[in-house]
Design a protein around this ligand. Structure first.
Ligand SMILES: [Zn+2]
Length: 148
C-alpha cells in the first residue's frame, strides 16, 4: 500500500462525489466543509513531507544493513533457491516518483476546488469566502467556473 497516495486519493474521490451530487446532498456536505478542507490540508502536508520521510527510511535501513551485514536472498527460480549471482545486499526501498506525487496533489486540490465552486454557484459561499477557502488550499479561481 502506498499510504501517502491512497490517503489523498480517498479524499479526492469523496470530494468528487460531493461535487456532482444532488443539491440537497451538496448542502449536507457543505455543513462540514471546514472538516473536509482540513483533510485536504493534512493530505497535502503528507505529500509534501514524503521525500523527507522516505529519506529517513532509506538512510536508517542502509545504516542497519551496513552495521549488521544483513543479507537477504530471495528465491531465484533459475538457481532453484539462493541466487548464485546475488551478493545478498538487500535492495533499497522504492521512492514514489515526483510526477505521481504531483499528479495526486493536483487531483486533490482540483476536487476540492470543484466542490467549492459548486457551493459558490449554489449560493452557499460568497466571493470572499470562496477566495479565502481557495487560498487556504493553494489554488486560484477561474472566473469561468463561477458562472451560475
Ligand atoms: Zn539465480
Amino acid at each position: 500500500m502506498i499510504y501517502t497516495i491512497e490517503r489523498a486519493n480517498m479524499i479526492t474521490d469523496q470530494l468528487r462525489r460531493f461535487k456532482s451530487g444532488y443539491a440537497h446532498h451538496v448542502v449536507g456536505q457543505f455543513a462540514n466543509i471546514d472538516f473536509w478542507l482540513n483533510e485536504v490540508l493534512e493530505a497535502q502536508k503528507t505529500i509534501d513531507q514524503y521525500n523527507s520521510r522516505f529519506n529517513n527510511i532509506r538512510d536508517i535501513q542502509k545504516n542497519w544493513i551496513n552495521s549488521h551485514g544483513t543479507k537477504v536472498y530471495d528465491y531465484c527460480p533459475h538457481c532453484g533457491g539462493k541466487c548464485e549471482l546475488s551478493n545478498g545486499t538487500p535492495s533499497p526501498p522504492n521512492r514514489i516518483s515526483s510526477s505521481d506525487m504531483n499528479e495526486t496533489r493536483r487531483n486533490l486540490v482540483n476536487s476540492a476546488y470543484y466542490f467549492l465552486t459548486r457551493c459558490y454557484r449554489m449560493g452557499l459561499l460568497n466571493d470572499d469566502e470562496l477566495k479565502q477557502k481557495c487560498d487556504l488550499i493553494g489554488t486560484s479561481i477561474d472566473p469561468n467556473d463561477l458562472k451560475k
